[in-house]
Design a protein around this ligand. Sequence first.
Ligand code: CA
Length: 221
Amino acid sequence: MGRRMRVLVVEDEPDLLDALVQVLREAGYAVDGASDGRDGLFKAKVNEYDAIVLDLMLPGMSGWDLLGELRRRKTTPVLILTARDTLPDRVRGLDAGADDYLTKPFELPELLARLRALIRRGAGQASGVIEIGEVVIDTADRTVRKAGQLVSLTPREYALVELLAMHKGKLVTRTMIYEHLFDEESDTLSNLVDVHVANVRKKLGKDFITTRRGEGYQLHV
Ligand code: CA
């Protein structure tokens, strides 16, 4: 377990949806599922996801239409998942604003690797290693080192550090933290952002995270 980046899976085949949700949760993501296009579009609009895995052939609203609607207001990275693997479909998907494309059947490690790459690119991080002073975060290994020493973090502490690091130098609001760390099934007691911030400060130094009172948190570079 490591990151708690938040992902939406839109897939109408129940077995595949269940399998994807389970695999992504086991990989440490906060995961929401939608089994038709309209529900998928609704969730994609109201929640802040780090990435969306999108099937094309869906009841209610096709993946194409969902993507078109979403792109009118959001740039959430989208990985299209489909049995269609002809060249025109690939081009259409990328033209419609998809960020990557994976054809069924696919290998789960490839899906996970592509998702990690999408999320890094979405946050403007080409490299998987982020350095904040003497703290080094490796998003591929999901490890954090301080002055070369491995620091043991809980999955949510790691997710918090990674989220802040991906936006280093910029304000990260409490709402962003809630949206990225917790899915719809998280219990409310675990949602105490302040507690996680305090614990990270104990482990990485009290000046590592700056509080911007009434606004949120920030890492200084
Ligand atoms: Ca389908």
